[in-house]
Design a protein around this ligand. Sequence first.
Ligand SMILES: [Zn+2]
Length: 158
Amino acid sequence: MNFRIGHGVDVHRLETSGSLMIGGVKIESEFGAVGHSDADVLLHAICDALLGAANLRDIGYHFPDTDPKFEGADSKELLTEVVRLIETKNYNLVNIDCTVVLEQPKLNPHVSEMCGIISKILKVDEDAVSIKATTHEKVDSFGASKAIKAYAICLLCS
Ligand SMILES: [Zn+2]
């Protein structure tokens, strides 16, 4: 067995307008995430973890934010394309572990829905997708609800 580890991180600014998509779920919030696509910080971090593990560059390389084609893009479709890319190198996902850093609102009520959406796109059991949420203890830009961040780490095998 050949195992490959991958790591991804993503950040988006938050504003008091727009919508907040996290893990493919629209979250009720007074803040919206700013980005060229739907600004889904969690799906973007997962894309980069998968691409990194397969040594296939990064999300900006495949879906440049200068390309009008990706304006307002549904990140579920970007992740679907990333899955196709790692399949071209004959890799299978073993598991993925993610952390979302967001001061508010609480994400725990939405985690199981996110796991369901993400595991379907990744074609794995829900047990292979871990999503954790944490605050930034009111410190810095994340703590002041000016930005959201997500980390993802994954293991591929072939
Ligand atoms: Zn992003």
